[in-house]
Design a protein around this ligand. Structure first.
Ligand SMILES: Cc1cc2nc3c(=O)[nH]c(=O)nc-3n(C[C@H](O)[C@H](O)[C@H](O)COP(=O)(O)OP(=O)(O)OC[C@H]3O[C@@H](n4cnc5c(N)ncnc54)[C@H](O)[C@@H]3O)c2cc1C
Length: 668
């Protein structure tokens, strides 16, 4: 049985990373040329890792399923990226970012990893500025910051509502430079179908050229999975439609442990579901909560009138509005973390106060800050002493437009409502997965030579991710962590030589991939892939979504098994395997989701506590907050695959808190 060793360096928390960097083994530049590294994924984690490793001298191959590396899902990130630079002089520090992250994650993350993340956060901003990322600036030239949930300081750097896109362009240009130099070979429109493990070590992959259908063998001394998260197991989510779990799932089936799979983030500010036709939900960035106030009517009859179209938000007078986050959490107000804000919205809607026809929406209202914060400030700057309401509106609108204009336009295009005039309607939706492949401090999985970076690993966020921290983690892993930690492993590989691909292990992996593709093409069932994916998504959302209970989870496990059985009998994949065939690609991914979904429910069922995004209805405080059980559940749950007919085995990595006192999370 594999033992979990997190390989946390010795010494005080603040010196662990420095200690590691001063003592880890290095590969000399001449030897780096002898070593091949495969990177799966070209999002922020993959691009930054690949560019940095290639610049160091390793031979790098990068794979992504999109037509261009710059289409990775990271491009969708809107709001911003955290860093403890304290530009606002409002009391920020590395320790405070560390503390907020541990607390925000409900004390279910590793202290050493989180401290390192906070420590390198400042370097990320410098690196990105040097690459030309156009972060917003204040009048004095310093980079601007805004607030995100779960914090009382302003530490979020942003580029309008396109932070992910701009950061990805920075990483992509670094990657492109290496592609041009020949140090990176780029394989776009290629999907990694399996990991090849030889003598217990990751030694390569089977990839499929998605345009021709050809299967290819690629070997390497180390494989980095940077393949993103698995939120699409719910079918409807804010993730790009192509985002999937398959790369991580293949690794799991080859021996990498899967950690905390049930920790899912539900984001409070998404455009509500409007019908069955949707395959994706749109996020309204969390940065909007900075300036928006969330409310529902105080009176049930007002809520009903709004739902039935007899009243609008603007008909409800101030005294009849319930700013429920400000009421319940006066210290943080609208800036409580996402799990808290999501549950509070659900609570109000379940109580009958929802404001759209389905009853599943609350208002996000900018009118107050638009007029009385920004409008007034602008009027004052222009020397207008008694501005009219119209002037306040026009001045405020200009400023809001500058900060969030593209998000407001997007909302209007999708809903037809003008959010400058009527409050947005929002509701929680699946957004991010905190679970993922278990990795140690070096970011290595339980398969030697196989690493996981970015959203695809479980590390750093615990049971809930604070906003603007995923981009930070992806870039920390790629630019600043893996370039050091990989050397520790590769130092032993300099004499290995080129790894051949004509071995029995490559044969076996390629055959398994080919058999599965042949099955899909030849099955000729009666139901589409989406039919099964939608059914799975509904079970997951209803029974392993915003809240869970024992009965529901047990039912979900049974239902998922039934859907899976039916899938393998009845799935229909049109077209052939020698042409570009997105239905075929999707079939393989949904087959994996159907297995992952079950593991998520098993994980959620075994964790008899509520923490962060994992809200078990049986475990809550009197006022409806998550109730942790630190005595019995302060561990990472890492699951080991034991074969198709055996239950997975649970391994526990105890979480030791030496620097932070565990406390009931309070944002009041
Ligand atoms: C709408 C939205 C807004 C967000 N806003 C923010 C924000 O403001 N701040 C923040 O910090 N975070 C935000 N996030 C979260 C953040 O964007 C992601 O967590 C992060 O970008 C993930 O980066 P990544 O590099 O790990 O993966 P991704 O960017 O998802 O990249 C995955 C890569 O893996 C490749 N891949 C996957 N499987 C395979 C395979 N089998 N074979 C080959 N290639 C494969 C894909 O082609 C892609 O290149 C947001 C997320 C969403 C959905």
């Amino acid at each position: 049985m594999k033992k979990l060793d997190a390989k946390i360096p010795p010494g005080p928390l603040e010196q662990k990373w420095t200690y590691f960097r001063s003592h880890c083994r290095l590969v000399n530049p001449a030897n780096k040329r002898l070593l091949d590294v495969i990177v799966i994924g070209s999002g922020l984690a993959g691009s930054s890792a690949a560019a940095t490793l290639a610049e160091l001298g390793y031979n790098v191959k990068v794979f992504c399923f999109q037509d261009s590396p710059r289409r990775a899902h990271s491009i969708a990130a809107q709001g911003g990226i955290n860093a403890a630079k304290n530009y606002k002089n409002d009391g920020d520090s590395v320790y405070r970012l560390f503390y907020d992250t541990i607390k925000g994650g409900d004390y279910r993350s590793r202290e050493a990893n989180v401290y390192r993340l906070a420590e390198v956060s400042a370097n990320i901003i410098d690196q990105c500025v040097a690459q030309g990322v156009p972060f917003a600036r204040e009048y004095g030239g310093l980079l601007d910051n805004r607030s995100f949930g779960g914090t009382q300081v302003q530490r979020t750097f942003y580029a309008a509502g396109q932070t992910g896109q701009q950061l990805l362009l920075g990483a992509y240009s670094a990657l492109s430079k290496e592609i041009a130099k020949g140090t990176v070979q780029m394989f776009s429109r290629h999907e990694m179908m399996d990991i090849v493990v030889i003598d217990g070590k990751a030694r390569g992959i089977i990839a499929r050229n998605l345009v021709t259908g050809e299967l290819e063998r690629h070997s390497a001394h180390a494989v980095l999975l940077c393949s993103g998260g698995y939120g699409n197991v719910y079918y409807l989510s804010t993730n790009a439609m192509g985002s999937n779990c398959s790369a991580a799932w293949k690794a799991y089936k080859r021996g990498a442990f899967f950690a905390n799979p049930c920790f899912t983030q539900i984001h409070p500010t998404c455009i509500p579901v409007s019908g069955d036709h949707q395959s994706k939900l749109t996020l309204m960035s969390e940065s909007l909560r900075n300036d928006g106030r969330i409310w529902v009517p105080k009176k049930l009859e007002d809520a009903k009138a709004i739902r039935e179209g007899r009243k609008t938000a603007n008909d409800i007078p101030e005294e009849d509005r319930d700013y429920y986050l400000e009421r319940r959490y006066p210290a943080f107000g609208n800036l409580v973390p996402r799990d808290v804000a999501s549950r509070a919205a659900k609570e109000r809607c379940d109580a009958g106060f929802g404001v759209n026809p389905t009853g599943q929406a609350v208002f996000l209202d900018f009118s107050y800050n638009l007029k009385y914060k920004y409008g007034k400030m602008e009027a004052h700057k222009r020397g207008i002493e008694n501005p009219t309401e119209e002037q306040l509106f026009e001045f405020g609108k200009e400023i809001i437009k500058e900060k969030y204009g593209n998000l407001f336009d997007m909302y209007k295009q999708i809903t037809g409502d003008d959010p400058y005039v009527t409050p947005m309607k929002i509701y929680p939706a699946v957004h991010y997965t905190m679970g993922g492949l278990w990795v140690d401090y070096h970011l290595m999985t339980t398969i030697p030579g196989l690493y996981a970076l970015g959203e695809c690993n479980f590390s750093d966020h615990g049971a809930n991710r604070l906003g603007a921290s995923a981009l930070m983690q992806g870039l920390a892993d790629g630019y600043f962590v893996i370039p050091y930690t990989i050397g520790e492993y590769l130092a032993d590989e300099i004499r290995t030589g080129k790894i051949p691909t004509d071995t029995p292990e490559f044969d076996e992996a390629e055959k398994a991939v080919r058999d599965r593709i042949n099955f899909f093409i030849n099955n000729k069932g009666s139901k589409s892939v989406d039919y099964f994916h939608k059914r799975l998504g509904k079970v997951m959302w209803d029974k392993c979504g915003m809240s869970r209970n024992e009965k529901g989870l047990k039912e979900a496990i049974e239902e998922i098994r039934q859907i899976r059985e039916e899938f393998w009998k009845e799935v229909r994949v049109p077209g052939s395997d020698t042409e570009y065939n997105p239905e075929l690609d999707k079939a393989g991914r949904v087959a994996d989701f159907l297995e992952l979904g079950e593991l998520m429910c098993i994980d959620a069922l075994h964790r008899n506590e509520s923490c962060g995004g994992h809200f078990r209805e049986e475990y809550q405080t009197e006022d409806g907050e998550a109730k942790r059980d630190d005595e019995n559940y302060a561990y990472v749950a890492a699951w080991e695959y034991k074969g198709p007919d055996s239950p997975p085995e649970l391994h526990k990595e105890p979480l030791v808190f030496e620097n932070i006192k565990l406390a009931q999370r309070s944002y009041k």
